[in-house]
Design a protein around this ligand. Structure first.
Ligand code: CA
Length: 752
């Protein structure tokens, strides 16, 4: 060999160093690109440990079933793709594993796409042990998929996907080309972790197909996955194609349902739904033809309507593809529904959805209720569902109008964690005894922690003492960590800059005998600006606006003008707010466009002399079904001389993909409120409203507009003195306003 040849060999090994015969360890994107050109069947490209920033990783090649083209991490969990990164796979028999996507987002339509381009679609390929952690586009309405499956016979398994905050399905199976149909994809052993409420359509965790391609067979298998708090919207899974299988999955504390939205011939079996009593947790919703739902177990589900433990829908006669095909030949057998709020049959019946289920059977199911409330809601003729050997344990009311076999037995928790009747005669009824709900340790990866139960205020356990003075509070906030508590000594605090809050923080006044609680004044238009990651709890304080300047958009607390990915929480406990009068519209709390609060809670607080509103959550006015707050609770508080509404919440449009907002206003004294705005409470498109036991005096009326869905509005036990009666109107519903009004009095007289 000449010297020249030796040098050349050395150069090659310096750029892509073979570990042994087929492994190329690469340290940067150039080395990767060179290695990809050299890679042959059975070879592996190994990405070196460390951060790979702005890496649009493309893997393509033609492997074989026993010799795939492999791209993997040097060590699982130690290779991070950050910034503007993505992964595209083309070719055949390609396997990618061990990567972590975090601290960034994909610049493309997917984070992981099983196609390199329209002409290079992946087949027989696999992605496993990959983490996607909060890799969301910053603007919540800039949409993408985290995973797009194309081609055929691909597998997506043992991956960990948590924290998608922007619009768009977490994992989509695409059928938009011939070569992606009858695909036989397998999606298994994944951990689909918390996905927060999106506040609009497009928050599904999995969607298979779309209405446009729903006449094609997909044949995708979704099995042995865990869906943990996947709350994005009403559909956790939206099946929109034929022949899909959903087997052995665990749905844990997840709002919404597995929905057989379009397409026929689905098999839904041996899944376990554990709601743990959380709002809107549901089970399975059946639409279309030849659906089989058997051997599933539902416990602790609180959803009703379309989010019931089991919903069998009414259809639209000769339905267009994007509406509701009539249920036909459904087989629903051997399922258990226990401690759940509702089973809905012929659901959604209306002038349009007028075709009830036909040629269907419910057989050998077990329903267990505790209490006297009806479990079943039957919205149309269900003679097309044959009822055979179904058993109910519970009071007679629970199944009125249905022929179920009423028995008495105790439910006992078995070794598999599920409840079964203790009567051996019922052994063959309900979910099978050999179900083995998935364990968290069996899904995702072992080397990346699954999220805990959600951070709570004060969770760090650290308490910082703060002394009165100028800017002592702002400096203390800067120095505090996530989950800390600032304990303010009694006295006066003055804040000279808006405090940017990007962590969970409690600000509380210490109590001292004979001394007023801490009083905070501020000299900027806002005291606190909520930024990414900001959650705020205020307690036992006084906030006085007398030093604030006359500026546009004054608010004690407002959200940053930049897009916010994460939902926030704000709590007021025993807080006094006063003297927000420097101009005409000084609000207490103002949520800007693109901000969504999971919960705003006001308890035992007092608000006086405020020119604007107390909670302004009404900036999503594009009528796309978006809104600013999921839960708003205003309880046992006092309001006096408030110009704007004490609550203004707006959700416009006719989208039906969300459960909220949910507003509770109870036990308050409200005097001289809302006259500037013409409403003391203004709620537009709120889905659930309870306004009860409040005393309204000399105030503007409560104004409520219903937009879409099946709104529940209850006005009960309020007194109205010198205050006009509440106004409730329907914008998209014919007939009288849907509102329950009871036991209210007007100027001392009961309502007529
Ligand atoms: Ca949807």
């Amino acid at each position: 060999m000449s010297m020249r040849g030796v040098l050349w060999l050395v150069l090659v090994s310096a750029t892509a160093m073979p570990l042994h015969a087929e492994d190329f360890l690469v340290r940067n994107q150039d080395e990767y690109a060179r290695a990809l050109k050299q890679v042959r069947v059975g070879d592996a490209i190994v990405l070196a440990n460390g951060e790979w920033r702005d890496f649009e990783l493309v893997v393509t090649g033609k492997g074989t079933s026993d010799k795939p083209v492999v791209v993997r991490s040097q060590e699982a969990g130690k290779v991070f793709l950050t910034g503007q990164s993505s992964l595209r796979i083309g070719g055949e028999h390609v396997h990618v594993s061990g990567l972590v996507f975090k601290d960034g987002y994909s610049p493309r339509g997917e984070v992981i796409a099983f196609r390199r381009s329209k002409d290079d679609v992946a087949h027989n390929s696999r992605v496993s042990e990959v983490v996607i952690d909060h890799f969301s586009k910053p603007d919540r309405f800039d949409d993408d998929y985290w995973v797009g499956l194309f081609g055929r016979n691909n597998r997506f398994d043992h991956n960990h996907l948590v924290g998608k905050t922007n619009q768009g399905v977490t994992l989509a199976v695409r059928l938009d080309s011939e070569e992606s149909r009858e695909n036989g994809h397998r999606i298994d052993h994944n951990y689909f972790g918390p996905r927060p409420v999106l506040g609009s359509n497009g928050g599904e965790t999995i969607r298979i197909g779309t209405s446009q391609y729903s006449m094609f067979r997909s044949g995708t298998v979704i099995e042995n996955n865990v869906f943990d708090r996947t709350d994005g919207e009403v559909e956790i899974i939206s099946s929109k194609s034929n022949g899909n299988v959903f087997r052995g999955n665990l749905f844990l504390r997840s709002r919404g349902t597995l929905t057989l939205r379009h397409g026929d011939d689905a098999l839904v079996e041996r899944n376990v739904f554990m709601g743990h009593g959380k709002d809107y947790t549901g089970g399975i919703r059946v639409i279309n033809r030849n659906q089989t739902v058997r051997g599933n177990y539902m416990e602790g589900l609180r959803g009703t309507g379309f989010a019931s433990a089991l919903t069998v829908m009414n259809g639209v006669p000769n339905s267009p593809v994007n509406r509701y095909v009539q249920v036909e030949n459904a087989v629903i057998e051997g399922n258990t529904v226990v401690d759940s709020t509702r089973v809905t049959l012929a659901g959604g019946a209306s002038a349009e959805r007028s075709a009830p289920p036909v040629n269907s059977v419910m057989r050998g199911n077990l329903f267990v209720t505790d209490g006297d409330d009806p479990l079943f809601r039957i919205e149309d003729d269900i003679s097309g569902i044959a009822m055979q050997a179904n058993v109910i344990l519970g009071a007679p009311n629970a199944s009125e109008g249905l022929s179920l076999d009423r028995r008495t037995a105790n439910m006992v928790r078995a070794a598999n964690g599920l409840l079964y009747p203790d009567d051996p005669a019922l052994d063959g009824v309900g979910a099978p005894r050999d179900l083995r709900p998935m364990q968290l340790s069996q899904v995702g990866v072992a080397w990346y922690a699954k999220p805990g139960d959600g951070e709570k205020f004060g969770a760090s356990g650290k308490v910082h003492q703060v002394a009165p003075g100028e800017d002592t509070l702002a400096l203390a906030v800067d120095a505090a960590g996530d989950g800390d508590v600032l304990m303010l000594a009694p006295g006066n605090y003055v804040v000279h800059r808006a405090i940017g809050l990007d962590k969970s923080l409690t600000i509380r006044s210490a109590k001292a005998e004979g001394r007023a609680p801490a009083t905070i004044r501020f000299t900027r238009p806002s005291l606190i600006e909520l930024r990414e990651g900001g959650n705020l709890q205020l307690a036992d304080l006084t906030i006085d606006g007398e030093l604030a300047p006359d500026s546009v958009g004054n608010a004690v607390i407002r959200t940053t003008a930049f897009p916010l990915q994460n939902n926030m929480r704000v709590e007021f406990d025993r807080v006094n707010v006063r003297n927000l009068t420097v101009n005409k519209s000084f609000n207490v709390l103002a949520l800007g466009k693109g901000a969504l609060a999971d919960r705003i809670s006001i308890r035992k607080s007092a608000f006086a002399d405020i020119s604007g509103g107390v909670v302004a959550a009404d900036t999503e006015t594009d009528d796309y079904g978006r809104y600013n707050v999921e839960y708003l609770d205003i309880v046992d508080s006092q309001f006096a001389n408030v110009g704007g509404p004490i609550a203004s919440v707006y959700r416009g449009g006719t989208d039906e993909s969300t459960f909220g907002p949910f507003v509770t206003i109870t036990g308050n004294a409200i005097a001289n409120a809302g006259k500037t705005a013409g409403a003391s409470v203004h709620l537009h498109g709120v889905q659930t409203v309870v306004i009860a036991r409040n005393a309204f005096a000399a105030s503007a009326p409560v104004r409520i507009a219903h937009t879409v869905g099946t709104p529940s509005t209850r006005l009960e036990g309020n007194t109205f003195a010198g205050t006009p009666a509440p106004e409730v109107k329907e914008l998209n519903h014919d007939g009288p306003p849907r509102v329950q009004i009871s036991a209210n009095t007007f100027d001392g007289k009961a309502a007529k």
